[in-house]
Ligand binder design. Structure first.
Ligand SMILES: [Zn+2]
Length: 459
């Protein structure tokens, strides 16, 4: 009898110990991914819960502010939350968070609290975990209003917008279809006679890309970290531009010269086959990769106007061999083999002519760049940049500040060039735009300087 009692006691103690132990096993892993810092008028809540080897038995997500809790979602009452299974034992809960879900929401500190349970000991016990995340509620909407007037934009061309956005540190810019152009503080408009001290006034250089619709919608926007947003329309007129068509004949002599030379300078493509087949990869895939490399330089643009308001002139007394957005058809052996758009101007004078900086700027690229051969890219600030391709030699290096008309190298026929010429283009936030506008003093005056002076006298 004593043995039996002893045995029962041992079993009971073991079971009890196991029960206690199971209760101390870690609960589900909780990750509050969104919001990271701020809750605004309307934002997103995203929580991931993982319970390895088990199913979740319950979870609760609550919002706590000024001692009051509001339930946002639970397993039993998901409400407006979307619960997605990220594998057999992981769920991801997403829902809107803001004024609609928390009627008493006030600006100030708050906290998101998540508790979750998973079964242990074959479902006889549950183990719980809790996670919390401090956030700041910001409900004040930013404001934005466009100051500049008369925006005329050509297809493939550029424009400039001046606007006022508050608070002064709010992220803002101009949206043109699916492309975004950041705004820069107008205090960086270092142009004679222009002084804009108001930190809320911003400048955005924008473009209507050559292949966008002429009726592409555009507006200025401001968006804070809490997701509060404001937008402002501005008066604008867009003008179509007929682009020329041209034929580029290809022959073996040309392909034998350019194809191996370009492939020697890049590892971005590695085509096989005949020189014509390799050329088609260079003209298509490498052209696109080069455009992406060039567009990425926009991120390095200075927040100020480095060029002082003078016109852009890359070359003087030149013959124009090809214009912006020419629609090119490539012909080999009497057959059409490719089509591309030529996004620049081809300017020719004499072999090895000096290539000068179109305006004051900083060298961001000086070296081979795929189809552009030896290439220089200059930053002129606020997203405005210029590109010089096919050079035979380069006399500047990355980081150099160059003055307007300073020699940067000699023209040549490196890259995809049929003869000695300069390929020149302007860029606005990485988008290639028609350079003709930028070498027109009247255009610079009306599209840029007029607006800067108006904003300057108005503040
Ligand atoms: Zn060209």
């Amino acid at each position: 009898m004593r043995y039996v009692l002893g045995f029962i006691l041992v079993v009971a103690l073991a079971a009890g110990g196991l029960f206690l132990y199971a209760g101390r096993l870690p609960g589900p892993a909780i990750e509050i991914a969104k919001p990271t810092k701020y809750v605004g008028q309307a934002g997103t809540l995203e929580v991931a819960i993982a319970a390895p080897g088990a199913k979740l038995t319950s979870f609760k997500i609550a919002f706590e502010q000024n001692g009051k809790q509001t339930a946002l979602a639970s397993l039993a009452q998901p409400g407006n939350a979307e619960i997605k299974h990220d594998g057999p034992d992981k769920v991801r809960i997403t829902r809107a968070i803001g004024r609609d879900s928390i009627p008493d929401l006030k600006s100030g500190p708050a906290r998101i609290i998540v508790t979750a349970e998973r079964p242990v000991m074959y479902g006889l016990r549950k183990t719980q975990s809790t996670a919390s995340h401090d956030v700041t509620v910001r409900l004040e909407k930013p404001t934005i209003a466009v100051i500049s007037t008369k925006h005329y934009i050509n297809l493939g061309g550029a424009e400039m917008v001046v606007y006022r956005a508050t608070p002064a540190d709010v992220e803002s810019g101009v949206q043109v279809g699916d492309l975004t152009y950041p705004g820069f503080p107008a205090s960086g408009a270092k142009v004679e006679g222009v002084h804009i001290a108001d930190p809320a006034v911003k400048i955005a250089f924008i473009a209507l890309r050559w292949d966008q619709d002429i009726n592409t919608p555009m507006h200025a926007y401001a968006k804070d970290e809490a997701g509060n947003a404001a937008r402002a329309d501005f008066d604008h007129l867009a003008f179509p531009k007929p682009f020329k068509k041209s034929k580029i004949p290809l022959d073996d002599k040309f392909l034998d010269r350019v194809v191996p030379a370009i492939l020697d300078t890049t590892t971005e493509v590695n085509p096989q086959g005949s020189n014509l087949e390799k050329f088609l990869v260079i003209n298509g895939e490498l052209r696109q990769k080069n455009a992406q490399t060039i567009a990425n330089y926009a991120k390095q643009s200075a927040p100020e106007i480095l060029w002082g308001g003078a016109v852009f002139h890359p070359f003087t007394n030149t013959a124009v061999e090809a214009a912006f957005a020419d629609q090119r058809t490539y012909v080999y052996d009497g057959k059409e083999v490719d089509r591309q758009t030529h996004l620049g101007f081809d300017l020719a004078r004499v072999v090895n002519s000096p290539v000068v900086a179109a305006n004051r700027g900083k060298v961001l690229h000086a070296g081979p760049l795929g189809i552009y051969g030896n290439c220089v890219i200059l930053d002129h600030g606020m997203g405005v940049q210029s590109l010089y391709g096919h050079l035979s030699s380069i006399a500047v290096k990355v980081g150099d500040m160059v003055e307007k008309e300073q020699e940067m190298g000699k023209s040549g026929m490196t890259g995809l060039a049929g003869g000695d010429h300069l390929h020149f283009t302007m860029l606005v936030n990485g988008v290639m735009v028609n350079p003709v506008e930028w070498w027109d003093a009247h255009w610079i005056q009306d599209r840029i300087l007029r607006k800067l002076h108006e904003a300057s006298s108005g503040t």
